[in-house]
Design a binder for this molecule. Sequence first.
Ligand code: FMN
Length: 180
Amino acid sequence: MKENVGDCDARAMRSSQNGQQASQDQELAGRFRNAMRRLSAGVAVVCCADEGGPVGLTATSVTSLSMDPPSLLVCINRTASLRGSLAINKPFSVNLLGRQHAEVSNAFGGAVRGEDKFRFGDWEISTSGIPILTDAIARIESVVDLEVEYASHTIFVGRVTRCISDITGDPLIYADGKYV
Ligand SMILES: Cc1cc2nc3c(=O)[nH]c(=O)nc-3n(C[C@H](O)[C@H](O)[C@H](O)COP(=O)(O)O)c2cc1C
């Protein structure tokens, strides 16, 4: 079928508008990334166990959700190995890192893969079968109560089952792309 000049012009305009929109979206994402670098965050290692062994990653997206019932949330990238290991009713641990744990954070934050991550830090297995960092400034055990998919991430809501924060020390804080 023959296209007339008007159709070609409309297509070219749509394609140019899509291109402009894509570059505006990219620019906004870049500005948002830079803005969020200004938000100081405590650092945690979130862990669970599956048939293959212990699994964990470094996360700054841990947030207290409610005291009734005690609950928290954490946002996990869908590409992270932990994502596939977490499911409704599965137990997981949130280990809040102290200032001395930068190496642990790096190992679980992408520098080391798989079970070798657990060579960094002093880990034990809790009664619910999940890894716990013995000298974390707080160790919080939860079970997954809800999971919500949003874009690149899954938001997991955990109902807290056990909580220990008996070790004093400064928290590890991440801001502007570094530990402060
Ligand atoms: C300080 C810091 C904070 C991070 N916070 C998160 C987070 O909240 N959620 C997330 O999915 N990944 C986060 N990451 C990235 C993961 O820890 C990283 O991609 C990890 O390698 C994923 O585990 P995997 O390699 O076993 O898939 C963070 C990394 C660092 C260094």
